[in-house]
Write a protein that binds this ligand. Structure first.
Ligand code: 5GP
Ligand code: MN
Length: 342
């Protein structure tokens, strides 16, 4: 995978006209790739003399709390004035790990309001929207962190990669590839990881910090979701699970606790597509996963106003849970009838 030379030259042009005030934003419900890519890019830009603020719309999951520099991330929901001030003053605005401003939800209007800043997209989701002066959109990249690695390499050289930056990048690479299990695992990616290891990161420590750091409530909620709430339809080829707010409360739910649940039904040999419906106060957040040629990005776009990647996507529903599920079951039947589950 190669990043276009003209794009790199244009970005280089923007970054070499003296120190800049820069804001980096990433998506709602930020994950390891969103946070890792934002903070690693911030560190590279700061080393080059720029002033950087990282902003996300809402809280990141608690199992990322250990990440280097994570306390520097401004959470818009908690500190809106500080975020608005930084965005208002920004000369360069980097949009990382999402493909369309509405994915910023409560932060979208603030970002849209600054029309003067150079707007640059660095992302690996399908179908990015227009409106970016520069768009590093590479859906074949397994993570935004890998894209940041390639950009740092091209612009500054890998010498600038510190151990801290290597840890940040590794988190996004590890989480977005499902621990090196999904598609787009290229030799270049493993060569990048080799360099991160040369910088002194501990792969087992990072793995433990992210995947083995949950609460007991989360473990029990997982058991409950699989045992009591998982349904199989379409002759066992499609799974779904749902969790209502009152069920979440019973297990002392914290942001991030349901991370990974949607993947589990895909450990069943016959299952090709899995959905998770999570109730928030005024809507239902939908997570979708699939294997092989079953395209949940297409499904999410068509039926649930969402999108993402071919095998991992998401969307929303403003109907009550029962109606959302009924709509899903119907949509899956239509999707199957069109030959999309074969
Ligand atoms: P997750 O299920 O982990 O929240 O999201 C899976 C993938 O789908 C991520 O790459 C995420 O960015 C994308 N995604 C999740 N929700 C939405 C949504 O509402 N709209 C769009 N366009 N993408 C989403
Ligand atoms: Mn990502």
């Amino acid at each position: 995978m190669n990043i276009q030379t003209e794009l790199i030259e244009q970005l280089c042009g923007l970054l070499t006209q003296g120190p800049r005030r820069i804001v980096i934003v990433s998506h709602t419900n930020p994950d390891g790739d969103a946070i890792g890519s934002s903070l690693a890019w911030a560190e590279a830009l700061e080393q080059a003399g720029h002033t950087v603020t990282c902003i996300v719309p809402n809280r990141y999951p608690y199992f990322l709390n250990w990440m280097p520099r994570i306390r520097e991330v401004v959470i818009f929901k908690d500190r809106p004035e500080e975020a608005q001030r930084a965005v208002g003053e920004a000369e360069l605005l980097f949009c990382l790990d999402f493909n369309a401003l509405p994915r910023l939800e409560i932060l979208s209007d603030t970002i849209a309001a600054n029309t003067a800043a150079h707007r640059i997209l660095i992302d690996h989701h399908l179908s990015p929207t227009e409106g970016f002066e520069l768009a590093f959109s590479y859906p074949e990249a397994s993570s935004t962190c890998f894209l940041i690695y390639l950009l740092v390499e091209a612009l500054f050289g890998t010498e600038v990669i510190t151990r801290e930056m290597a840890e940040l990048l590794y988190v996004g690479i590890m989480t977005d590839t499902g621990n090196f299990a999904y598609s787009n695992l290229t030799p270049e990616l493993f060569r990048a990881v080799a360099l991160l290891i040369e910088r002194g990161i501990s792969v087992p420590d990072i793995h433990n910090s992210v995947y083995n750091a949950y609460t007991a409530g989360r473990a029990r909620l997982f058991g409950y979701a699989i045992n009591r709430k998982m349904e199989l339809i379409q002759n066992g080829r499609v799974a779904y699970m749902s969790l209502l707010e009152r069920e979440l409360r019973r297990f002392c739910f914290q942001q991030g606790d349901s991370e990974g649940f949607v993947n589990y039904p895909l450990t069943i040999k016959k299952v090709k597509m899995s959905a998770m419906f999570l109730e928030h106060h005024d809507f239902i957040r939908i997570s979708l996963r699939s294997r092989g040629r079953v395209d949940v990005n297409l499904f999410a776009r068509k039926y649930f106003d969402g999108g993402g990647h071919k095998n991992a996507a998401g969307g929303k529903s403003y109907l009550p849970m029962e109606e959302t599920i009924a709509r899903y079951v119907e949509a899956v039947a239509e999707f199957a009838a069109e030959g999309n589950l074969a």
